[in-house]
Design a protein around this ligand. Sequence first.
Ligand code: GDD
Ligand code: MG
Length: 360
Amino acid sequence: MADKALQAVILAGGQGTRLRPLTLARAKPVVPLLNRPFLAYQLALLRAHGVSDIVLACSYRVEDLRAALGDAEHLGVRLRYAIENEPLGTGGGVRNAADLVSGTLFVLNGDILTDPDLTEMRRLHETRGSRTTIYLQPVPDPRQYGLVETEADGRLKAFREKPAAGEEITTNTINAGIYLIDADLLGRIPRERASSIEREFFPALIADGVPCFGWCPTAYWRDIGNPAAYRAAQIDLLQGRAAMPLAPPGQRRDGSWVDGGGIVEPGARIVAPSVVGAGVVLGPRCKVGPGTVIGEGARIGPDARVEGAILWERVEVGAGAVLQDCVIGADVKIGEGARVGPEVVLASGTIVPERATLTG
Ligand code: GDD
Ligand code: MG
């Protein structure tokens, strides 16, 4: 195998509309996952497989991305930004970023949480003489994804992005959103106009008989595109279902991660697996967890219960309030004795009155 270090482009220019209202406050690629910006996990995965020169293809809320990741030196990689003045789609985004790199390229959708063995993917790409290799996953309902059909030897036969209602569904194998693409194919993507890698580039490669392969490993995979999936992804991480090469911030303590500078008042309990951020105040007798993430600087009042819930930074939970299986944006204030139930998602800055009951 050639040992030239590969580079990567991460597509991070989508608007994240399905993850509203969370993405009103922060761009989807950097919403917190166990108190780290989402893309930190992708950067760690790439780094673990020897890819440390990475370009973010972005157009929307670039300042959010920079604030959360900077040049990512602290994550052991070099991160650069390729900014589109107008969104160029998944095709144009790759083309625009590719000017900063050379050679065979990893391309990642910036909204999937996954732990595949990218070294194995690269090996397959090289040994099969593949010019473009697509990471595949089986899913129960493929209609919202790119459907991929392969020959018995793995060669790509068809790529169909989000088939229209009524169209026949011929496979449950989907494009999982990571590609290896030979550099000399990137010139096929038009420069400076919007295009879709899924609807244009892949189908054209297949039509032209360019050798392209699917790679379908056993791996954890989830698209974090909506609030339920966003919460579920974190429960999966807490329960160890994904083998991510990056732990949450803080020290491991009784099966949870607890960051520094906080206060645990008498009788307060952290039930594993949970993550408690820096500077969090846990009031007397409150119970946090299991399956809970508390963002930096949050304050949990006396006797409150927070279970299966994801709290962003500086949330204040009043005395005796109960939060169950919900997602709470930054700076939300929850009044004393309020109840916030399963599937509720609160936008950053929301104020919940005392004793209110919110259900999903
Ligand atoms: N730079 C840039 N510019 N990035 C973009 C743009 C753009 O104009 N539009 C979308 N992206 C990024 C998104 O931020 C996301 O990370 C990625 O491209 C894919 O876009 P989505 O909008 O999330 O697509 P999807 O989830 O409907 O479908 C895609 O992902 C599925 C797997 O999760 C497709 O690649 C499907 O084929 C695939 O199955
Ligand atoms: Mg997506």
